[in-house]
Design a protein around this ligand. Structure first.
Ligand SMILES: Cc1ncc(COP(=O)(O)O)c(C=O)c1O
Length: 644
């Protein structure tokens, strides 16, 4: 049977990690369904073809790599989260409200935050969480017209606290969460100085831990939060000043990307009992803030693996609401409003980085002449015989012999007994043998350990125009897996297997771990690039943390970013193009400024002219190229005359 787009969907597991936002259409192109209904057979609603969008952007002169941001996906995520809590509140008769609070550290891009707030649409149901003074200032400006909650986390100085308190006069509801006991003194001093009663929260260090990579964000030794002893002392000090009504919020955060629901349930019981205790001590706590942590199923396996999670959004909401409802009823305390600070879950799906393959390197036999010459040593003869003899019965033995013969060839070369041409032919025969062996083991149910690495050894390298460190830093820093696949040609069977390399001069600038339902794949199925035609690869689910964590290794700067939405007729629209960094911009970050650079270059040119090393025409050409390069994108660009 011939290969179809459905086979590609299965191969790359698109349906499972795509959560209805991505699918492959019959043309073999990846599509984004911003309303999240790609999972439905025969789904209707807007669909945005990524290959078409990239074509449209290139025609407008926007160069790759391009970060595509789908605003509709952000809005849909806010709706999904809110409706999961609405459903849970209805099921468990929970009357107090739910508030979706977006932690802007996850992606502070103004357009992103505006789209998320827009979904709250002045109803005040979407607020912001900030973790630093710059984030606070951004949030206050964005929220100035709204009656929204601003959760003020992170370490604070007096200026931070006073700014937050004064912002309450704008109609906002800033809640200052005490992360360190000394912050209480700053709050009390600011209260005296400004005469404003603050809304205060306490962040608790729960004994119970989260799960997954960020489990140390909770527990006794976590960096943030107050111990139970410290929380009680906050209550006592507020009581002394007749300010217990100011203590309005209890906060905890178990760590990002919670992989299993069990850890959450345990921690939740402890947190709810803390809430009950605070109410019984007379605090006016009306908000229960569960922090972030709602995970993303990056590999689509629905397991407790680091890049996955073993629970649904509805299960998460149900557990929260049920535990709070039951405990509050039993303890006869009023139900608090529920706040979530989900960041990853709101933003991960909305961004896709699309980049282009620049070239490949492979270990295919080069077809060097096989006839043996008179003076060819036995090693070459033996390798030739070995290639001819590989079969199902002897493939393992042949593999061991091939390695030994190749080592022999290397030793002979080092001793000067093998010419360069003979060495090249020995290598070619070795790779020929490996390919034959690999073709045999691909069809086996069981592959012996010693040959199991062959697939990876033979994998092609696909060079891509991007920087791992700038665009998917977590892939390098913490081995985070992101789904990757070609955004077109998916109606064709991919015939190559490869790993991906970026354009930084760093051997870590590569991706050689890929999502898999059972394990981690070491190679990715890709197509043979066609001469003169572009081949685009997309990295998906990169909307959370990656942009702001990215760094400028080798001075590769921010990529071009483009917001895509749909119009009233469900047609894709490019709504914003945010230009990536130019070379002069990244150079200025490290104190190289254009005027000085050009002055120095001109001085060198004058010397070279004096010494007849350069002509006037050449010097003009050099200056022209230098100036135009300063204005250009930091990634590889094609000149007009080059084929695309
Ligand atoms: C206090 C706090 N709230 C919310 C978040 C967002 O977490 P996530 O993106 O996992 O939802 C974080 C991130 O670690 C955090 O530290």
């Amino acid at each position: 049977m011939s290969w179809t787009h459905r086979d590609s969907e299965q191969l790359y597991n698109v349906r499972n990690w795509g959560r209805g936002y991505f699918r492959i259409n019959a043309d073999g192109n990846v599509e984004c369904m911003p309303d999240g209904n790609a999972g439905d057979e025969g789904a209707v609603g807007p669909a945005i073809d990524l290959f078409d969008i990239i074509g449209a952007l290139k025609r407008r002169g926007v160069e790759l790599p391009i970060l595509l941001r789908f605003d509709g996906v952000l809005r849909s995520r806010v709706r999904e989260l809110s409706s999961a809590f609405a459903k849970a509140r209805e099921e468990f008769d929970y009357e107090s409200p739910y508030h979706c609070i977006y932690p802007i550290k996850v992606n502070q891009q103004r357009h992103v935050v505006e789209v998320i707030l827009g979904e709250g649409n002045g109803k005040g149901s979407v607020g912001l969480e900030v973790g630093s003074k710059p984030e606070l200032l951004a949030a206050l400006a964005l929220l100035s017209e709204r009656k929204s909650i601003v959760i003020c986390n992170g370490y604070k100085d007096r200026e931070y606290i006073e700014t937050a308190m004064l912002a309450s006069k704008l109609g906002l509801e800033p809640i200052i969460v005490i992360e360190k006991l000394t912050e209480l003194d700053l709050i009390l001093d600011a209260h005296e100085a400004l005469g404003i009663r603050p809304s205060i929260g306490v962040r608790t260090k729960l004994g119970g831990r989260g799960s997954g990579r960020w489990r140390d964000s909770s527990g006794d030794r976590s960096k943030f939060g107050l111990s139970m002893r410290e929380i009680v002392s906050v209550v006592e000090r507020l009581r002394e000043r007749d300010m217990l009504d100011c203590l309005q919020l209890l906060h905890f955060h178990l760590g990002s990307q919670l992989t299993q629901i069990r850890a959450l349930k345990t921690a939740l019981r402890e947190a709810v009992q803390t809430f009950v205790g605070l109410v019984r001590m007379g605090a006016a706590v009306k908000y229960f803030d569960v922090g972030g942590g709602l995970g993303i199923d990056y590999d689509g396996s629905r397991t407790n693996f680091d890049s996955s999670k073993n629970y649904s959004l509805q299960e998460y909401a149900n557990d929260m609401v049920y535990t709070l409802a039951e405990t509050c009823r039993e303890a006869e305390v009023p139900e608090p409003a529920i706040l979530t600070e989900s960041g990853r879950s709101l933003t991960a799906h909305h961004s896709v980085l699309v980049t282009e393959v620049l070239g490949t390197a492979n270990f295919d036999p080069l077809g060097l002449p096989q006839e043996l010459a008179e003076d060819d040593p036995d090693t070459l003869r033996d390798l030739g015989d070995l290639v001819d003899s590989v079969c199902l019965k002897n493939y393992q033995e042949c593999y061991h012999d091939a390695i030994a013969l190749r080592e022999q060839a290397l030793t002979l070369f080092q001793l000067g007994q093998l010419s360069l041409d003979q060495r090249a032919r020995a290598d070619d025969l070795y790779w020929r043998a490996c390919h034959k062996i690999n073709a045999i083991i691909r069809d086996l149910d069981y592959v012996p350990d010693d040959v199991s690495g062959l697939e990876r050894e033979l994998a092609d390298t696909f060079y891509l125009n991007f920087s791992v460190f700038q665009s998917i830093p977590d892939s390098w820093a913490i081995n985070q897996l992101f789904p990757a696949l070609p955004i077109h040609r998916n109606d064709e069977k991919p015939t190559r297997r490869g790993t991906l390399a970026d354009i930084t001069c760093d051997s870590d600038g590569k991706v050689d771990r890929f999502i898999d339902l059972r394990d981690v794949r070491r190679t990715l199925e890709l197509h043979e690039p066609v001469e003169g035609q572009p081949y685009y690869v997309g990295f998906f689910l990169v909307g959370a943390y990656q942009e702001i964590l990215g760094d400028m290794h080798n001075l590769f700067g921010d990529t071009n970013a483009v917001h895509i939405d749909v119009d009233r007729n469900d047609r894709p629209r490019i709504t914003h193009i945010v230009s990536g960094d130019r070379v002069d911009e990244v150079l200025s970050y490290v104190e190289y400024f254009e005027a000085d650079l050009l002055a120095r270059l001109r001085r060198s040119i004058e010397h070279a002219i004096d010494e007849d090393r350069i002509t006037y025409e050449e010097s003009a050409g050099l200056i022209r190229r230098y100036q135009s390069a300063l204005r250009s994108y930091t990634y590889l660009t094609r000149r007009e005359e080059e084929p695309s």
